[in-house]
Design a protein around this ligand. Structure first.
Ligand SMILES: [Zn+2]
Length: 459
């Protein structure tokens, strides 16, 4: 199968590219990136005039919920949500039910994902057996079966000695521990940031050092073990300082930040909004500013969504009983573009870098680039036109727990190509296509694409 994406503005930070080019895809691989590639070289042509073409986004932190939580998300709906958000590689957290601490769990996820043939799903194995924090899972076997990283996400590894050993083992395997930093003895039954909002609402708070104490501990342990720790969903200024100090000393520490911690504060919880309740909690404006500065100066390496679906019924309750977490995949790029690129604070290139090549480098992957020879993972973005409203029709997840429902955004993912296959397309965002009209180019294009079903086209 050959596909030619024509006339897009290619923005690929891995090659410092920002110019109008054509992209030729052959058998799932980028075959050429050049000016004016003749359409006769391809079976299918997609005119992307007016759109931006970027490498497919990479998310190191996604909860797919299957097995065990299918009322909130399945592997299939999670992959659809990812494709709709421009993501072509996602790392699936192991805190399912049962947890992914056996080779069977890893194989199940890989075979389901391969059968669905949409995007790349990388299984993350548990660090400890049953995520109980007592003894190590069989890290070597999990890695051999296909686990691309290890994490007990949802829970911290409270035992420092065990964390040290885990970092020593994973160093030998050459993969990071994706670290959920939280001291449970400090969190107690806290629900949201221990600050003004918690006081105002009469809700028990989580002290900010619940995170930063474990960040500091694990940066120290990574230095001791010479292992690689990746701090997930960094949320406070103090955590940023601990990571910065570790990097200064040459410790192998990397870090991620979520779209919600970059754009929201504890004020979002006003009205007992359960869609603003997550772990770590939304904090103060000074934290938000510190996170932005840390991403800009490289202390924080990349953006991850922590996509955490919870069924509508589970979130439709009082704040104290609602589960932690919000959706992220469908909205991440639109939220960040609107907040930072449309306002002139960041360049488009910077945002795309932090969602493509930067997370790829954390796990030493081969994605996040449109270099000829690379896997043909890319997304097409419509930006700068009239704003669109993020509503339920934009959500592919089985859940709807997003704090951004009803918000207007200034960019939207118009199409996603994963391993050479079109897996998401909004035909009305392509020039010459009118909403409701028969999508001449995509329909002709999609007909010949292996693994594509009609339900993947969103009209
Ligand atoms: Zn977490």
């Amino acid at each position: 199968m050959t596909l030619l994406v024509r006339n897009a503005t290619v923005v690929d930070p891995s090659q410092r590219l920002h110019q109008r080019l054509d992209i030729l895809i052959e058998d799932g691989v980028i075959a050429a990136l050049d000016r004016d590639i003749p359409p006769t070289r391809a079976q299918h042509v997609l005119d992307a005039k007016g759109l931006i073409a970027a490498p497919g986004f990479v998310d190191l932190h996604v909860h797919l919920r299957e097995p065990g939580g299918e009322s909130s998300e399945t592997i299939e709906t999670g992959m659809r949500a990812a494709a709709a958000g421009g993501f072509t590689t996602i790392f699936a957290m192991p805190n399912t039910n049962p947890v992914c601490d056996t080779t069977t769990g890893v194989q199940y996820l890989l075979s389901r994902a391969a059968a669905l043939a949409k995007i790349r799903v990388v299984p993350v194995g548990c660090v400890t057996r049953g995520q109980m924090g007592e003894d190590l899972a069989d890290l070597g076997s999990l890695h051999a079966a296909g686990a691309g990283a290890f994490s007990d996400d949802g829970r911290p590894i409270m035992n420092a000695g065990l964390m040290r050993r885990a970092l020593e083992y994973t160093r030998m395997l050459g993969v990071p521990i994706l670290d959920h930093c939280e001291d449970l003895t400090l969190t107690g039954d806290g629900q949201i940031h221990e600050g003004v909002a918690a006081l105002r609402l009469g809700i028990t708070g989580i002290p900010r050092c619940s995170e930063s104490i474990i960040v500091a501990r694990d940066v120290t342990l990574a230095e001791l073990a010479r292992g690689h720790v990746h701090i997930m969903h960094v949320s406070t200024r103090e955590s940023v300082e601990a990571i910065r100090a570790g990097k200064r000393h040459g410790t192998r520490v990397t870090a991620e930040v979520t779209p919600h911690h970059l754009t929201l504060t504890e004020d979002a919880i006003d009205g007992y909004n359960t869609n603003a309740k997550m772990k770590p909690p939304l904090n103060m404006e000074k934290d938000r500013q510190a996170l932005i500065a840390a991403l800009e100066d490289g202390t924080i390496d990349c953006i991850s969504t922590d996509h955490a679906p919870h069924s509508p019924t589970s979130k439709a309750t009082v704040l104290e009983q609602a589960p932690y977490g919000i959706l992220g995949l469908e909205s991440a790029f639109a939220v960040l573009y609107t907040e930072f690129v449309a306002t002139g604070k960041w360049t488009l290139d910077f945002l795309i870098e932090k969602m493509t090549i930067a997370p790829t480098q954390v796990v030493a992957g081969s994605w996040g680039t449109l270099r000829p020879g690379a896997c043909a993972d890319l997304c097409l973005i419509a930006a700068g036109g009239k704003p669109w409203t993020f509503d339920l029709s934009a959500i592919r997840s089985r859940s709807r727990n997003s704090p951004w429902l009803g918000k207007d955004f200034k960019a939207r993912v118009a199409g996603t190509v994963a391993q050479g296959r079109v897996v998401h397309l909004l035909p009305h965002l392509f020039a010459g296509e009118k909403k409701g009209a028969k999508p001449a180019i995509p329909a002709a294009l999609l007909a010949g694409i292996d693994g594509f079903s009609a339900s993947d086209v969103e009209l």
